[in-house]
Write a protein that binds this ligand. Structure first.
Ligand SMILES: [Fe+2]
Ligand SMILES: [Fe+2]
Length: 324
């Protein structure tokens, strides 16, 4: 329909912006459209994993709580990721990004729900109602549950900052910390799928690795498309955004730096103890040295790619990576 033959009263009024309308069905980037196609093909259901093959009696009580502890700490990053990408989806829609970017972002919301479901299922199986109602039976378990509460408290602080970041930055800058999250997650799950003893955990980590590597590719496509539009000021903010992502994600792929994390003084000793027990029980948790190497190689990949676009990188002395 053209507006040529319509009178002015017949032409629909302009839609007040920002707004989800008008929407479009055009793809700007064929690579993103292909990635969306891949997301649909790689669909999976956490309920189809044979969780019942994890026999609770095969584990001592402290092993069950240590495995639950690990999944509950991971859930700090998975549960809110669904909401974080939902917020991104609203932004992308209101700012009229192309069809493939919108649809691909929608698939990530569902993926993160699946990852959180794995956390929930593992905890419910081994320590039912782990987050609400499960009773610790010794001091270590009491402190471990307290640790989870502290991780979520810090997660809540990070969430507030994430929501505020939409008022301060354009989307490409917000995306740089997403990129650190996806790079961290795909590496972590890949390493754990190789190391875990149990087929159910291996299956969960295999799917999660596939999803996170797709998310990582997505964050690169979005950033690459945005690079020509970055101002000098935005480029100078990139190291800070990357370092923020590194510090936050270090809780799962290394150890939490004091720079952001507000934690009780014995947090780390309890955390290390529980991870060690979960590792001995065959969950596939990495040693500190393995984590350090995994984080470093992941970060160096990100650094190499960013340097191709002449984008600055932060100092990360924790893992011996120097910045620009
Ligand atoms: Fe995830
Ligand atoms: Fe992800």
């Amino acid at each position: 329909m053209t507006e040529q033959n319509l009178s002015s009263t017949e032409v629909p009024p302009q839609i007040e912006q920002p707004n989800a309308y008008p929407f479009n069905w055009y793809d700007d980037d064929p690579k993103l459209a292909m990635l969306y196609g891949r997301a649909k093909q790689e669909n999976w259901d956490p309920a189809s994993i044979d969780w019942d093959s994890i026999k609770t009696n095969d584990y001592e009580a402290i092993q069950r709580s240590a495995i639950s502890y690990w999944w509950a700490v991971l859930a700090n990053f998975e549960n809110n990721a669904a909401a974080a990408f939902s917020k991104a989806l609203v932004y992308i829609t209101e700012n009229h990004y192309d069809n493939a970017t919108q649809k691909m972002t929608g698939t990530i919301v569902m993926d993160e729900c699946r990852h959180d479901e794995c956390c929930m299922r593992a905890c419910n199986l081994l320590c039912p109602n782990f987050l609400k109602g499960w009773k610790p039976s010794n001091d270590l378990e009491t402190k471990a549950l307290r640790n989870v509460g502290w991780v979520y408290y810090n997660g809540g602080r990070y969430w507030k900052g994430y929501v505020r970041s939409y008022e301060k930055y354009r989307f490409p800058l917000i995306f740089t910390s997403f990129m650190m999250g996806e790079a961290c997650a795909s590496k972590l799950f890949h390493e754990m799928k190789e190391k875990t003893d149990h087929p159910a955990f291996k299956e969960a980590f295999t799917h999660m690795t596939q999803d996170e590597s797709r998310h990582l590719a997505y964050t690169w496509f979005v950033l690459e498309n945005a690079i020509p539009t970055l101002t000098e000021e935005e480029r100078s903010l990139i190291p800070k955004r990357l370092r923020d992502g590194f510090v936050y994600l270090s809780m799962v792929l290394y150890e939490p730096p004091a720079e952001f994390w507000k934690l009780p003084s014995d947090f780390l000793s309890i955390h290390r103890k529980m991870e060690e027990i979960a590792m001995d029980a065959g969950l596939g948790v990495l040693t500190l040295e393995e984590k350090r190497n995994a984080w470093k190689s992941t970060i160096l990949d990100v650094k190499r790619k960013l340097s191709k676009y002449d984008l600055p990188f932060p100092n990360l002395p924790e893992i011996d990576v120097s910045g620009d």
